[in-house]
Design a protein around this ligand. Structure first.
Ligand SMILES: [Zn+2]
Length: 335
């Protein structure tokens, strides 16, 4: 381990050595330890145990720059002594080689490879998913504190609802009203409840580690340097409160919109077609009976007024998700 005196520049160092970064450690004057485990994998430990174990990930898709810049500013403030760390923290930049290439991925979509789905291929992203799973497990199992995971993204397509979170499928667990209240305070306008398991990082940590986990979409993809960081001040402030141990998760949801996934449209064959305009925004609303997608022996027509599509994409391999269809829902607060 290299006890370097040169301060850590997390994002710059990661992009400079995207495939492998020598492990190094930095001790701050207040006793906080930063340990760079490998490229884009940073553990931060306060001198005293905290109340939560907090995982913040970004760059799972390499071209989604704003979340990486948000996280880099947080690490910069920790290193500078301007943000006190009072909870165990793991920060992940998911796909550094793709970030350098300014691409969503190099070989395949990293966010379809978690929960062991990486075992069926030897792509760059599969190896990375396996490594991230290992580091995540070591982090979450090192203590008994409640586990949190915020996986930050931006979207390819414009959206009628700019900032929203996806709540992974919970199986028999119940959803957390305080977490949704916290997201609302972070400027998140809507939450989508998934209805089945998936290969996403947030589903993995939710299901295997019973973390309160979310995929968080923060707006439209832009290049490094083109992001208006004032647009992310609420989420940035929220994450900083969590890191500093100041967030008490006492907020109940007020006006945040809730949507249930009513259909996960899977591309079955190369005959798959979307019947929505290329420029249509996520969350565009359709009346009952509208044809949204078709494939060999399949079509999806909206089942009720007010259904909306999210994340439509046609250039995925058959067998992968091509679109989500969601509808407004109300859930009884349970947690
Ligand atoms: Zn993404």
């Amino acid at each position: 381990m290299n006890f370097s005196v040169k301060p850590m520049r997390f994002l710059a160092d990661t992009l400079a050595q995207p495939n492998e970064t020598p492990a190094r450690e930095q001790l701050l004057p207040d006793g906080t330890t930063l340990r760079l485990l490998d490229t884009g994998l940073l553990r931060v430990s306060p001198s005293q145990p905290g109340t939560h174990r907090v995982l913040i990930s970004c760059g799972i898709h390499g071209n989604e720059t704003a979340p990486m810049e948000i996280v880099d500013a947080i690490v910069g403030d920790i290193v500078a002594g301007e943000l006190t760390v009072n909870n165990e923290l793991l920060i992940v930049i998911g796909n550094p080689p793709a970030a350098v290439a300014a691409e969503r991925f190099i070989e395949e979509n990293l966010n379809r490879l978690f929960s062991g789905k990486h075992q069926s291929s030897r792509s760059l992203e599969s190896l990375r998913a396996a490594q991230i799973e290992q580091v995540t497990e070591a982090f979450f199992t090192a203590g008994d504190e409640p586990r949190l995971h915020y996986d930050l993204h931006t979207a390819i397509r414009g959206s009628q609802i700019e900032k929203f979170a996806v709540y992974p499928y919970l199986h028999s667990r119940t959803w957390s009203a305080p977490q949704i209240g916290f997201l609302e305070q972070c400027g998140i306008e809507a939450v989508l409840f998934s209805k089945q398991p998936s290969g996403t990082y947030s589903y993995h940590t939710s299901h295997l580690h019973e973390a309160d986990s979310f995929t968080i979409e923060l707006g439209k993809v832009r290049q490094f340097g083109d992001n208006d960081m004032t647009n992310f001040s609420a989420i940035s402030a929220g994450l900083r409160r969590v890191i500093a141990g100041q967030e008490l998760f006492k907020q109940t949801p007020k006006s945040i919109k809730l949507f249930a996934v009513v259909e996960e449209v899977i591309k079955r064959s190369e005959a798959f077609q979307l019947h929505i305009p290329a420029e249509a925004k996520n969350f565009t609303e359709y009346p009952k009976g509208s044809l949204l997608a078709s494939d060999e022996g399949y079509e999806y027509r909206t089942q009720q007024d007010g259904e909306r599509f999210v994340f439509p994409i046609t250039n995925v391999p058959p067998g992968q998700r091509a679109m989500l269809v969601v509808a407004p829902t109300e859930l009884d607060p349970i947690d």
